[in-house]
Design a protein around this ligand. Structure first.
Ligand SMILES: Cc1cc2nc3c(=O)[nH]c(=O)nc-3n(C[C@H](O)[C@H](O)[C@H](O)COP(=O)(O)OP(=O)(O)OC[C@H]3O[C@@H](n4cnc5c(N)ncnc54)[C@H](O)[C@@H]3O)c2cc1C
Length: 488
């Protein structure tokens, strides 16, 4: 895939994109269909007003148990060719791939940095990435070159989240992606042709509307697709049981040579050793396979927490889980400090601002990846990448019930493909998905969700979004072969 970062060719790509797609004319067309009058008599605050701290007033009628909000006029903040919602591993790749074709790309992210679970979640390991090319390979190269000795030795797969923040921002800025941080996507509006046309956001700038020709849902949780009216599945069974959430943390204060056998990179036995050490000293982590990674010098990451039965759509439950998880990390470290010896100065540097969410919505696409695909090692002509990561369902309850995936594990799993139609929304036009919210079943999701797959999915969705504008077709009207050949 194209990896041209050169500024000159960027503007060349932009000219070519506009010529082929008639991008400006198309956007105007959508606008015309959406414009309505008499929405509200309330005056929109001007840009100057906003900078002075004025806000759009909310009015409404209070009824028992609800507030009926009055209709109000929302300013259109911008129009872009491609809108990417969510700036995690999938979103970054989608934005980069689209921008490199010459499309104008807006990326909206609720956190204060790019990277999703890689940065806000303090994850420090990129799984299933070694067999990938394109943007995944570029990111690994950057993390390796600019990272520590550990990052270099692991070819960028073990990285420092702080370096990742910088690298990802620089890559997106260089590609001309317009980034908006601190902004949450809260709504979506379709036109009369069932085509997604506008999204709504909330931020310190108030409520804003953003127009685009194509949209990519990279929110992980599938927020945008749900807001647009797509159907979806959650978890497994009638009670939608999901994998546990986990908070990660960064630690310091120990000499890597003195605790080497407990470091994950020395082998999978390290987890067992660490659990035994903890238990022998009265520390009982809620995650029974605690993972300690050495990042650089005296800096480590730890994953030793599981929060069971927390819905990704219940802000109260997530808040409680966050507070509980953070407390557990501090108590774990306190407990380990008491072991003494090499552990006596162990300390917490940081806990993740966002608790790690393993699963939420799986949006209905034009193909659903199933457990059978994994069992058969199904290959597709329109594969955007091949997944090698095994089925990995973490215990669904504190009792450690792992039965749910045992039958599938026993059946075996072979490398399988992610086909392009699994990234295309089945029920709303102009919308693609990438990352953990794509179309698949519970078991398949437990395998393809890791970030080494999210990146190539994002790259494919971003490219498809841009190419479909150029071709003046909807993403579902194009095959992956057409999309790839168009790029060439
Ligand atoms: C605890 C834990 C450990 C894991 N371990 C590994 C591992 O070791 N290696 C690995 O490769 N994978 C691992 N995974 C899996 C992997 O992290 C996810 O499946 C992966 O992050 C998917 O990438 P994504 O881009 O789809 O989602 P995310 O990384 O979740 O990114 C989604 C982004 O969208 C933003 N967002 C969400 N909603 C909105 C909204 N409404 N408006 C605006 N922005 C929004 C979020 O802030 C975030 O930045 C782990 C996951 C968890 C939770």
């Amino acid at each position: 895939m194209s990896t041209n970062n050169n500024k000159g060719s960027e503007s060349h790509n932009r000219r070519k994109f506009i010529k082929q797609s008639g991008a400006l004319a198309l956007t105007g067309g959508v606008m015309a269909k959406l414009v309505q009058t008499n929405l509200s008599a309330a005056k929109l605050p001007s840009q100057v007003d906003l900078l002075r701290g004025h806000v759009l007033q909310t009015e409404g009628i209070l009824r028992e148990g609800s507030l009926i909000e009055n209709r109000r006029e929302i300013p259109i903040k911008s129009r872009s060719d491609v809108m990417v919602c969510g700036g995690g591993p999938a979103g970054i790749a989608a934005a980069l791939a689209a921008a490199r074709t010459g499309a104008s790309v807006q990326l909206i992210e609720v956190a204060g940095c790019l990277g999703g679970v890689w940065t806000v979640g303090l994850l420090t390991k990129i799984l299933d990435s070694e067999n990938k090319t394109g943007i995944m390979a570029e990111i690994l190269a950057e993390l390796s070159t600019r990272g520590s000795d550990v990052a270099r030795q692991s070819k960028g797969t073990v990285y420092d989240p702080e370096i990742a923040k910088l690298v990802l921002e620089e890559m997106c800025v260089q590609a001309g992606v317009k980034i908006r941080l601190h902004t949450r996507v809260v709504g979506a509006v379709k036109d009369a042709q069932n085509r997604l046309a506008v999204i709504l956001t909330e931020s310190k700038s108030g409520r804003e509307a953003w127009q685009a020709d194509r949209f990519v849902d990279c929110t992980g949780d599938g927020d945008l697709a749900a807001q647009a009216g797509c159907s979806f599945e959650v978890g497994v069974g009638s009670d939608c049981k999901c994998q546990p959430m986990s908070m990660l943390g960064l630690l310091t204060g120990v000499d890597p040579d003195a605790i080497r056998p407990y470091i994950r990179e020395t082998g999978v036995e390290a987890k067992k050793r660490l659990l035994e050490l903890m238990e022998d000293n009265g520390v009982n982590p809620s995650y029974r396979a605690p993972t300690l990674r050495h990042l650089q010098g005296g800096v480590y990451s730890i994953m030793s927490n599981h929060e069971y039965g927390v819905s990704a759509f219940d802000a109260d439950a997530i808040t409680e889980a966050t507070i509980r998880a953070r407390k557990e990390i501090h108590e774990t470290v306190e407990g380990m400090r008491k072991i003494g010896g090499p552990w006596k100065e162990l300390a917490v540097v940081a806990t993740a601002e966002q608790i790690g969410v393993r699963e939420a919505r799986r949006i209905k696409g034009r193909y659903e990846i199933s457990a059978m695909d994994l069992a058969k090692g199904l290959r597709h002509e329109d594969a955007v990448c091949t997944t090698q990561f095994p089925i990995d369902v973490h215990a669904l309850s504190s009792q450690g019930d792992k039965k749910i995936d045992q039958a599938f594990r026993n059946g075996g799993m072979q490398p399988y493909d992610i086909p392009y139609p699994a990234l295309v929304a089945a029920e709303v036009d102009g919308l693609l998905m990438a990352g953990r919210c794509i179309s698949g079943d519970f078991i398949a999701h437990s395998s393809y969700r890791v970030t080494g797959n999210s990146v190539p999915m994002g790259e494919a969705a971003g490219l498809a979004a841009a190419v479909s504008i150029r071709c003046r077709k909807m993403p579902h009207e194009l095959s992956w072969q057409e999309i790839k050949s168009y790029e060439a």
